[in-house]
Each structure stands twice: as C-alpha cells, then as structure tokens.
Design a protein around this ligand. Structure first.
Ligand code: DP6
Length: 338
C-alpha cells in the first residue's frame, strides 16, 4: 500500500466492443475473447479518499453529487467479494465520488467506466508496478467489459494464444494499421430507458444456450478476421465482422430462453439506412449494437463531414428527441489529480 491515507482522482472511459463478450464462466472469465475500441469523451470521473482502517469500510459512494444507496450496495459487495485477491482492502476505509460525462440514461455501458475507475483506483493504492494489468484484473471482477477500458485505443480481453492475451486482464493491440488511427463512434440514442434484460442476465442465459458452442467457435473466427482487418487497414472486412457480431449478439438474445428482443423498430430502420448509404456512397460506415436498442456508428475520421451530414439529416430523426453522442477512440484510464 502506498500510504496511510490520501486522495486522488481517476478518469475512466467507456468502450465499445467490436467482437462481443457474451457469456461468462467461473470468476468473471469470458467464454470467448473480445476486442473493443476505448472511447474518449464518454468518461466517469472518480474522486477517491482513503485511509487505513482495522476493517474494510466503504464510507461513502456518491454519484452525480448525491448519495446513491443502490450503487453503494453494489460497490460494497464488490469490495468484499474481491478482498481475497486484493487483501489490502481488509484494512481500508474508502470513499468514491463519481460522475459521468454522459447522461445516466443514455444506454451507454456506465458499469465499464465506473469499474475501470474503481479498479484503477485500487491498483493505484496498492502501489502495483504493472498498474494497467492489475487495474484491468480488478475492474474485470466488477464488470467484464470494464477490463477493456483501462487501455486504448484498441484492446483485447480473453485467452488468445497467438497474441498472448489472457482471461485475467485486457491487453492493448500493438499492430494496428494507420487506417484505424482516428476512428469515430457516433452513438444514436434510440431509447434511453432502462433495459428489460440486464447484461448479467444475458450472460447467464448463454450458459444453457443451444447455440453456445457455435457462438464460441464463431467468435474465434471473427477475432481472427477482425485482427487481420485491423492490421491490414481493411475497412470492408472489418465492417463485415463488426455488423455480424452485433447481429449475432441479438440473435443469441432472441433465441435464448426466455427470449429478449431489445431492438426497436427505429434500430432496424437505422440499419437499413446505413446499408443504403454505404451502397450509394461507397463510404466505410458500419454499425454495431450492444445489449440494447442504441446504434453505434463506426467510421474513419477522414469521412466525418459527409457522414455527419447524413447522420444529422437521415438518422437523428429516428433517435429519441434527435439525440446522439459523438465520440472517438481514446487512450484509456488515467490519474487526473494526486
Ligand atoms: C454486450 O461487461 O456489462 O456490452 O461482466 O456482467 O458486468 P458484466 O457484463 P458487461 O457485458 C457487456 C456485454 C456487451 C458486449 C461487450 O461489451 O463485449
């Protein structure tokens, strides 16, 4: 542990999966490897205060300037659950004050940025030398996708021998072509309400899913293809995998027992308009979708002017109150004040 007491702040981004983590086993291990892009603007800022104590105490958890009992209960359980792998917690009194740069109801995975911030904070207090791997491991134990928010701009998590990537923590991708240097993610907010099925419920359903083995095989195939496309700068191959992954995720949810249909009519409308735009313009604009109705549009920054014009004119009217969020690839979690 670095000190008897202290305070500091961490900023952690959200991320968007290209190849999806869907299904887990054991202690928050993924059933297949995933690849994601770390975002830049959608971040959680977390002010941390800590001191030594004779027991583990989550003194306070405030979110957006207010005490939040539901979040506090979740974080308290998380801290107790991981105290065996992070024993310093048994002698720590800690408080978190967090806020998000994006609206809570935006349907953006706020658990990824929140747990990345907390995992990073704990690794920092531990004084761990390999802070990124340790932070990613601790974040993973809170929320799987959070493991990928520690580093950027592209990250892989889940055992994959050719690159020495592990199930325990995420690893940044080294060899990415210049065509993927500056990439945008525009998040079209089709709906901002609470999802009818949580990710955790969805992961659990995968364990008894009739297509589970096929999905694992397909994910490996898609990982190989997307890594190749990102190394070669091949947007067409990249886009094919990206969209296949989004549709597969929803196909898995629709064919699970009980089934979940999270896509909205507007989501399907957006998909067909994106495909039409691509046919008409030959510009590399592709979509992905997480476990909800909102659509992430992924494209190279160099086409931002044409694509943003299309989004404003044709896609924003399909969003709730015309809302969308513009983001781009970012570098991961960092300490902002010490
Ligand atoms: C569809 O990381 O939210 O966004 O580990 O239970 O917290 P928990 O699940 P979570 O699952 C994310 C699923 C996904 C795909 C992805 O981000 O890879």
């Amino acid at each position: 542990m670095i000190d008897q007491e202290g305070s500091f702040s961490v900023e952690a981004p959200s991320n968007i999966a290209f190849v999806k983590y869907w299904g887990k086993t054991g202690r928050q291990y993924p059933i297949n490897p995933s690849v994601s892009m770390t975002l830049k603007n959608c971040v959680t800022t977390c002010d941390v205060t800590f001191r030594k104590s004779d027991r583990l105490e989550l003194v306070n958890y405030r979110f957006e300037g207010r005490d939040n009992q539901a979040f506090k209960d979740r974080i308290e359980k998380y801290l107790h659950d991981i105290s065996d792998v992070c024993p310093m917690l048994n002698n720590l009194a800690i408080s978190f004050e967090t806020k998000n740069s994006f609206p809570h109801s935006a349907g953006i995975a706020s658990s990824a940025s929140a747990f990345a911030a907390i995992g990073y904070a704990l690794a920092h207090i531990e004084g761990n030398k390999d802070i990124a791997s340790r932070a990613s491991e601790l974040a993973r134990l809170g929320s799987g996708s959070a493991a990928r928010s520690i580093k950027g701009p592209y990250v892989m998590w889940g055992a994959y021998e050719p690159l020495g990537v592990s199930d325990d923590y995420a690893t940044p991708l080294e060899e990415v072509h210049a065509n993927f240097k500056s990439v945008r993610d525009v998040i079209l907010l089709v709906d901002t309400g609470t999802k009818s099925v949580s990710s955790s419920q969805g992961h659990a359903l995968m364990n008894v899913h009739p297509f589970k083995n096929g999905r694992i095989e397909q994910a490996h195939h898609n990982i190989n293809k997307i890594l190749r496309s990102m190394q070669n700068g091949d947007w067409e191959m990249f886009g094919e995998v990206l969209e296949n992954e989004a549709l597969t995720l929803h196909a898995m949810m629709m064919t699970s027992q009980p089934p979940a249909i999270l896509l909205f009519p507007q989501t399907l409308d957006i998909i067909s308009k994106v495909r039409e735009f691509r046919r008409d313009t030959a510009l590399p604009l592709y979509f992905t979708i997480d476990a909800g109705p909102n659509v992430h549009l992924i494209y190279p920054e160099q086409y931002a002017v044409e694509i943003e014009g299309f989004i404003k004119q044709c896609l924003a009217p399909l969003c709730k109150n015309g809302q969308y969020i513009s983001d781009e690839n970012g570098m991961g979690t960092r300490l902002i004040h010490e």
